[in-house]
Design a protein around this ligand. Structure first.
Ligand code: F6P
Length: 385
């Protein structure tokens, strides 16, 4: 397909004027960085195949920014990405690299860009990776042009601004729901109360949506703004109602599943301790257990949704680079209308906007964070026993 300027839609920033010349056959590096996320491989596959099909040479950069600094770049061919959509993790490897934040690290990255003759880099990752991408875009190619850099959001936490979903989120939610279904079998068999803690760093998204989908009885997430005391008394009430015959229910439920987001600083152990202290006299048969799902939530084969989204973001990212865009991220967010786009669900945002929105999302001050809380509150009756 011939690509013409203007096929990629919405850009909402001062950087939108920064359009570099089209490149002919060039060299494009791909890196995955930060916490791995299921679907990263689908993005690597798509970016590789699209770039090769358009006549570019592709280098896989091993272990994110660390590999860039260490010169671990390997040429990629169709054969290197054949089957990889089926695997979780990232075939390129990942790392959290601090050296790149320092001037010496940036100078070394500049040397590597020259050494390997890179014209552009696609960075697949979350907050830290995209912050690095913005720094990368300040480097210069051997042709004397700014290095073209495109970000693709990938983080199970769904804490990247400007995108409604990041790669890995859908798989992580499905993994949590599957795990809670299994835990619920034991909870039901033994009349138990389970506190299930899920990843997400500062962001409660995974716990919130998984709680709805898995029919949990309560969910704790930082964005609710509830104090620890309020959370504890709410849980106490929830458990009491479940084990008390009568009440609002014709029969006791005798099992409770509570989802707790990692970002809630009240520990799961403390919640268990509180429930035991407060309720064991009243409900002598009460048995509480804690399960921390941890890194289990980050692995596994990506869902079709994650593969599809990653493939489409990878496609747009490469074409955008070729078309002279830089310091931007391909986001999964339908255009608002009237824009000419090459993918109806993908928009480009400059990295400054993305990183500002990301910070606000993580601080729970952004409109998106507020909407998520409203979404949960709107279905609050689902949690009532
Ligand atoms: O950002 C993804 C994530 O899995 C978070 O949910 C979690 O807080 C963090 O990474 C764990 O990081 P690490 O794997 O370095 O322990």
């Amino acid at each position: 397909m011939a690509f013409t300027r203007g096929m990629i839609g919405t850009m909402t920033s001062p950087l939108q004027t920064r359009v570099l010349p089209l490149i002919g056959p060039g060299k494009i590096g791909l890196l995955t960085s930060g916490g791995d996320a299921p679907g990263m491989n689908a993005a690597v596959r798509s970016a590789t195949k699209v770039a090769l099909a358009r006549g570019h040479r592709v280098y896989g950069i091993r272990h994110g920014y660390k590999g860039l600094l260490d010169g671990q770049l390997v040429p990629m061919d169709h054969g290197d990405v054949d089957d990889i959509v089926r695997w979780g993790g990232t075939v390129l490897g990942s790392a959290r690299e601090l050296r790149f934040k320092e001037p010496a690290g940036k100078a070394l990255a500049q040397d590597r860009v020259m050494e390997f003759g890179l014209d552009g880099v696609v960075v697949i990752g979350g907050d830290g990776s995209l912050t690095g991408a913005r720094e990368l875009s300040k480097l210069t190619t051997a042709r004397g042009e700014p290095l073209r850099v495109m970000g693709i959001p990938a983080s199970i936490d769904n804490d990247v601004g400007c995108t409604s979903l990041a790669i890995g989120v859908d798989t992580a939610v499905n993994t949590i729901v599957g795990a809670v279904d299994r835990i619920a079998d034991t909870a039901r068999a033994h009349d138990r109360t389970f506190i299930v803690e899920v990843m997400g760093r500062d962001c409660g998204y995974l716990a919130m949506v998984a709680a709805i989908a898995s029919a949990a009885d309560a969910v704790l997430y930082r964005e609710s703004g509830r104090s620890h005391d309020e959370m504890l008394s709410h849980l106490e009430q929830t458990v009491r109602q479940a084990y008390r015959p009568g009440g609002k229910r014709s029969r006791a439920k005798r099992m409770v599943v509570i989802l707790k987001a990692e970002g809630v600083t009240l520990s799961s152990a403390r919640i268990k301790e509180h429930l035991d202290e407060a309720l064991l006299k009243e409900i002598p048969t009460l048995e509480t257990r804690v399960t921390v799902l941890g890194h289990l939530v980050r692995g596994g084969a990506p869902t079709a949704m994650d593969r599809l989204m990653a493939a489409r973001l990878g496609n747009v990212a490469v074409i955008a680079l070729e078309n002279g865009r830089t310091a931007m991220m391909a986001a999964w967010r339908p255009p608002v209308g009237g824009e000419e786009t090459m993918d109806k669900d993908v928009r480009l945002f400059d990295l400054n906007t993305v990183l500002t929105e990301t910070a606000a999302l993580r601080a729970a001050t952004s409109p998106v964070a507020k909407k998520r809380v409203e979404m949960l509150q709107a279905v609050e009756s689902i949690f009532a026993l």
